[in-house]
Design a protein around this ligand. Structure first.
Ligand SMILES: Nc1ncnc2c1ncn2[C@@H]1O[C@H](COP(=O)(O)OP(=O)(O)OP(=O)(O)O)[C@@H](O)[C@H]1O
Length: 272
């Protein structure tokens, strides 16, 4: 049936990139956090965003998703300028922020948390037939058998997987993850690698903030490295320094003032 749509409708843009940022500057609390970042994420691409503590990774992700204000430059998601949030196809975007638990204080089950990903501003109840996509998203993160358990009893890594399932339940075309490996056990790391393998087969674009490539090393074909709010490398993932991939490694980044040449083979994860 042909539906006539009138009113405020975003123009149709074929071939628009999932993410396109140009000359992005962000200032927070008077400090210049991002200084002229350019970043594209193409269809089906899996991109790691790397850099030392405080280099601006989370701020970049938040600026891309319009969570923090941009002082200069532009961001488009699927061709829509995020400066006008109304036109952005948010349903195509899944976001798992850094270090938030899935247990909010209310005794929700894993299935209920995942179903909440189907709500939006206009919908206070999950849509009809919500169970099947919610179970399928839990299955993708390897937790279908725990769907009816209260998430407050889950480990940190399992809660993280529930939040990833909540982001996946809408079948996003772009998934943005902020430090999904931090503090999670090896099982959850392997489960995340399996989830991302499935997403790659489906053609989903993934942008993930990481300290180390860890169990995702074989999956991520491109790495963007930030240093003091600027991109210093955009290309093949740098090789991991010995000992940096293990979940038991403690991350001290004491090399902040060493100048970085992105073409230098010494650019190693963990030295950034
Ligand atoms: N709301 C804010 N106001 C002022 N400064 C902020 C704010 N948010 C972040 N910053 C600062 O911006 C810098 C970059 O922070 P950001 O969280 O983006 O870094 P990051 O690379 O993600 O670090 P980490 O690896 O530790 O998570 C830090 O120095 C931080 O203190």
């Amino acid at each position: 049936m042909l539906r006539l749509v009138t009113g405020d409708v975003a123009p149709y843009r074929p071939m628009a990139l999932p993410v396109r940022a140009r000359d992005l500057h962000v200032t927070l609390g008077g400090a210049r956090i991002l200084q002229g970042v350019d970043l594209d994420v193409r269809d089906g691409e899996m991109v790691a965003l790397l850099g030392a503590n405080g280099s601006g990774k989370s701020t970049l992700v938040k600026a891309l998703l319009s969570v923090v204000p941009v002082s200069r430059g532009t961001v488009t998601l699927f061709g829509a300028d995020v400066a006008d949030r109304r036109h952005v196809p948010w349903r195509r975007v899944g976001y798992v922020p850094q270090r938030v638990g899935a247990a909010s204080g209310t005794p929700a089950t894993a299935l209920e948390v995942v179903a909440s990903g189907l709500l939006d501003n206009r919908r206070l109840r999950p849509p009809r037939g919500w169970r099947e996509p919610a179970m399928s998203a839990l299955d993708e993160v390897g937790l279908a058998d725990r769907a009816h358990e209260t998430v407050s009893v889950f480990s940190g890594g399992q809660q993280q997987r529930v939040l990833i399932a909540r982001a996946l339940v809408r079948r996003p075309d772009l998934l943005v993850l902020d430090e999904p490996l931090t503090g999670i056990d090896r099982d959850s790391q392997e489960s995340l690698a399996a989830t991302l393998t499935g997403l790659r087969e489906r053609g989903t674009s993934v942008l993930t903030v990481l300290h180390e490539l860890g169990s995702l090393a074989g999956l991520l074909e491109r790495a963007v490295v930030l240093r003091h709010g600027r991109v210093v490398h955009d290309g093949a993932p740098p090789p991991a320094a010995a000992g940096h991939c293990g979940p038991e490694h403690e991350h001290h980044h004491a090399h902040e003032d060493v100048p970085v040449d992105p073409h230098n083979p010494e650019l190693r994860l963990g030295l950034s």
